[in-house]
Design a protein around this ligand. Structure first.
Ligand code: LMR
Length: 392
């Protein structure tokens, strides 16, 4: 039986990590997988996480099972940051559950949507490649539209057209902030329009919020998700702490569901628990417990927010430098200055991307996506020169 399986290619993005690691050049640059790096090129554990982990080691008195919902203290502690701080439960209509990373949250959101009759997912492209993989794996139909216009702005008209064709049984998957892979976000005014479009639409909104705090700030980056949930009766939010708490390998995420009335909420969540139980049973505890300990402690919360602010400021600094480089060969870096988060997609072809790797030791995704956080004030000039050399 097993020999009937075809060889699968390794995940292109994850394979880049190994290729980069194997390159002996000292001045190589890793702009591949989305992990934050400091000005020294490191991905350190947050100080607030270290402190919370120490507390956890000291205070945790059991590793006994939680349930498929995970650590509800963690799930609830995040809610005032994601939703309206005054009433994060929106009148008792929102609850959540812990998931293994943002990927687990996206998977569960889509599985839950499928369980209630969704068969088509509307999604702007390009998108994070795993979105399409999960959609396919769940046997859902993917209906695409353009995410961005050629001049580097979010294409609201394309989303509007997709939504106007939307029908019962459709869900739309939206990136809440820091769009992966383009860095092109809907503006607040566009989110206002999106909220209006969704109001009264049969299309179920699913918002993937994986980079909150890396764009303009925790509140600012939640604007889109908050506008959407204020406009519609039902929505799903897939959340990740992998980036904004730097917990990548600990896999910390959450799925939130907003239901039309308070009575349906427990029933909807019970479906989330059942799906989780069948998929991974329970999420890993450690990282989520560390996040909970941070959010329960004022000092640790302030420390985490400060670390997040520093990350965001450094990403902005890199973006500003790229923006001032302007036209570099055939590539215009100017728009990168006003895009958000860790990613940008450069209009480079496969040969140019391969040449950047072979000739200059610069590793980026085959889509032309770069992780701008992989650039530092020490290697950014080399990067700009290399782009100009391959895209002349
Ligand atoms: C990325 O897009 O690089 C990250 O979200 C990591 C991943 O799992 O793909």
């Amino acid at each position: 039986m097993l020999d009937r399986l075809d060889q699968q290619p390794p995940d292109a993005l994850l394979a880049l990590i190994k290729l980069h690691d194997a390159d002996p050049r000292a001045d190589k640059i890793d702009l591949g997988v989305g992990v934050y790096r400091t000005g020294q090129g490191e991905t350190p554990v947050f100080g607030a996480i270290k402190a919370a982990e120490q507390k956890l080691v000291k205070e945790q008195d059991s590793k006994s099972y939680l349930g498929p919902e995970g650590d509800m203290g963690f799930v609830h502690a995040l809610m005032p940051y994601i939703f309206d701080g005054e009433d994060p439960t929106i009148g008792g209509r929102i609850d959540g559950m812990q998931t293994p990373g943002g990927t687990g949250a996206v998977r569960l959101a889509l599985a839950l949507a499928k369980a209630c009759g969704v068969s088509r997912i509307l999604m702007g492209i390009p998108s994070w490649p795993n979105h399409a993989q999960i959609i396919k794996d769940l046997g859902l139909e993917l209906v695409t539209f353009a995410h961005a216009t050629d001049d580097g702005a979010a294409d609201l008209a394309a989303l509007e057209a997709a939504l106007s064709d939307g029908r019962e049984g459709d869900a739309v998957l939206l990136h809440g902030c820091c769009h992966n892979p383009t860095g092109v976000d809907y503006t607040p005014a566009q989110w206002d329009d999106i909220a209006q479009l969704l109001e009264g639409s049969p299309v179920l909104p699913i918002v993937d919020l994986a980079y909150q705090g890396l764009g303009h700030g925790m509140d600012e980056d939640a604007y889109g998700a908050r506008r959407v949930i204020a406009a519609v009766p039902e929505a799903l939010i897939a959340y990740s702490c992998d980036k904004n708490f730097g917990l990548y390998r600990d896999r910390v995420g959450a799925l939130y569901a907003m239901t039309a009335d308070t009575e349906s909420l427990a029933r909807v969540m019970s479906n989330g628990y059942a799906l989780a139980r069948a998929a991974w049973s329970m999420p890993p505890d450690h990282g989520a417990a560390a996040v909970r300990l941070i959010l329960e402690d004022e000092k640790l919360t302030a420390m985490w927010q400060d670390e997040l602010d520093q990350m965001r400021a450094r990403i902005r600094q890199v973006r500003d430098r790229l923006g001032t480089a302007g036209q570099v060969g055939s590539v215009d870096l100017t728009p990168l200055a006003h895009q958000n988060g860790m990613f940008a997609t450069l209009p480079l072809d496969k040969d140019q991307i391969a040449e950047l790797r072979s000739e200059h030791g610069i590793y980026m995704a085959g889509s032309g996506r770069i992780n701008v956080a992989g650039l530092t004030m020490d290697n950014i000039e080399k990067f700009i020169h290399a782009v100009s050399a391959v895209a002349s």
